[in-house]
Design a protein around this ligand. Structure first.
Ligand SMILES: Nc1ncnc2c1ncn2[C@@H]1O[C@H](COP(=O)(O)OP(=O)(O)OP(=O)(O)O)[C@@H](O)[C@H]1O
Ligand SMILES: [Mg+2]
Length: 381
């Protein structure tokens, strides 16, 4: 048997980190990258350069020898791509029927309501008057979101004045993404739960994790989530398993959650490996990247057992240091696992992460933090 080919649309660090897992399994990773120097292009077995909206690029991705499956490393996939895959007889996992709920926050909120899963109060807004009305019944504050196209907090804005919504509402009226507003959830912290699901329905979860966001971007993930009761973790598993099954997700699903008292509220969904799961590369028997490949190829799922009592993942955002590889000589903590994405350093851009594992949570947190600060450069964090 020749090695199966998995085609991935998107050339960022998520596709890049699938490559070592694919290599280990003898799988050929064929990635559609935005440029020859994209993060994943430097690591994948085969690359096709182009954008998902380009029909020739998609044809090249699907060319003989045909991939066994097409999967995604981001949500911004045009409808035509699914049609091209179907015409070529190549399954898309997750399919458009599931992925739409990760693409579009209005579709997602509507579906969560239908499934009876915990949503914040929310509504679609098409006018400043709609926004004013919502704010007046929510203590004068709300979280305005574009339904599509946002990432790393870019389509999210906390507002206390309806006029602040005018720009996005105008854009929506002129063919841009629709706009919704949510109550500002008074959460004590943000959590995330990941599961992987095979086509026939087998679902395997990882532990519930805590995710600390700074300026709308994930900064630190602690696994498992400290001080989370068994009941809370079970509720998270139930929410994720319900979403995975009802939405027919195949592959890895991440559910971002808010904790409010002892309750959970769904924030958003991702149907691909996710920043909240990077800790699994070093911290678990089976990483999210290996598990995603296993799930989309309909292979038996691996164990998700954690290898250490605590694992802390600290993101490296672009800072002072331009050549991150020079940091390798400076990180002297032998337990710090450094992951660099091969991306050009720009301020605030996710360019790598560091993982540290151990038995003492405070020690592990401090060391992950310190190592990430060294990689970023410019002094202590
Ligand atoms: N309803 C809300 N109430 C309070 N805070 C919110 C709410 N919605 C979003 N936030 C804050 O904004 C952050 C980003 O929101 P969201 O996850 O919807 O944005 P995104 O840009 O699509 O996602 P990502 O950054 O995960 O790519 C959340 O992690 C949270 O900190
Ligand atoms: Mg988010």
């Amino acid at each position: 048997m020749t090695s199966p080919i998995v085609a991935v649309v998107g050339g960022g660090q998520l596709a890049r980190m699938m490559a070592p897992a694919a290599t280990a399994l003898g799988i050929t990773l064929r990635v559609l990258v935005e440029s020859p120097t994209a993060s994943a292009a430097l690591a994948a077995h085969q690359t096709v350069v182009g954008l998902p909206g380009n029909a020739d690029a998609i044809a090249a991705l699907l060319a003989e020898p045909r991939p066994a499956v097409v999967t995604w490393e981001h949500e911004h996939i045009p409808r035509d791509v699914f049609d091209a895959c179907e015409a070529a007889g190549v399954p898309t996992r997750p399919g458009i029927g599931a992925l739409v709920y990760a693409q579009d926050k209005i579709e997602m909120r509507t579906r969560m309501d239908t499934l009876g899963l915990p949503n914040p109060s929310w509504r679609i807004v098409t006018s400043v008057e709609d926004v004013r009305h919502f704010l007046s019944s929510h203590d004068g504050v709300g979280v305005l979101k574009t339904a599509r196209g946002g990432y790393d907090g870019k389509g999210v804005r906390v507002i206390s004045d309806a006029a602040q919504a005018a720009q996005w509402l105008d854009a929506a009226a002129n063919g841009g993404p629709r706009v919704l507003i949510e109550e500002k959830v008074p959460f004590s912290r943000e959590l995330a739960i990941q599961v992987a699901r095979r086509p026939a329905g087998e679902v395997v979860p990882w532990r519930l994790v805590e995710s600390l966001q700074v300026d709308g971007v994930c900064a630190v993930v602690t696994a498992p989530a400290p001080r989370a009761s068994a009941l809370l973790e079970r509720e998270a598993w139930t929410i994720a398993a319900t979403i995975a099954a009802k939405l027919d997700v195949v592959g890895v699903l991440a559910v971002e959650l808010f904790q409010v008292g002892e309750r959970l509220v769904v924030n958003e969904l991702a149907m691909r490996p996710h920043n909240s799961g990077h800790w699994t590369i070093d911290g678990c028997v089976t990483s999210q990247f290996e598990q995603h490949l296993r799930a989309v190829l309909d292979l038996p799922l691996g164990a998700t057992t954690a290898l250490s009592p605590w694992t802390v993942m600290a993101n490296v955002l672009g800072g002072e240091r331009e050549q991150l590889e020079s940091a390798l000589a400076d990180v002297t903590d032998p337990d710090a696992k450094v992951h660099l994405y091969g991306k050009e350093v720009r301020p605030g851009r996710k360019v790598g992460h560091v993982t540290v594992m151990g038995a003492d949570l405070e020690d592990v947190q401090a060391r992950a933090h310190a190592a990430a600060a060294i990689v970023r450069g410019g002094g202590a964090a």
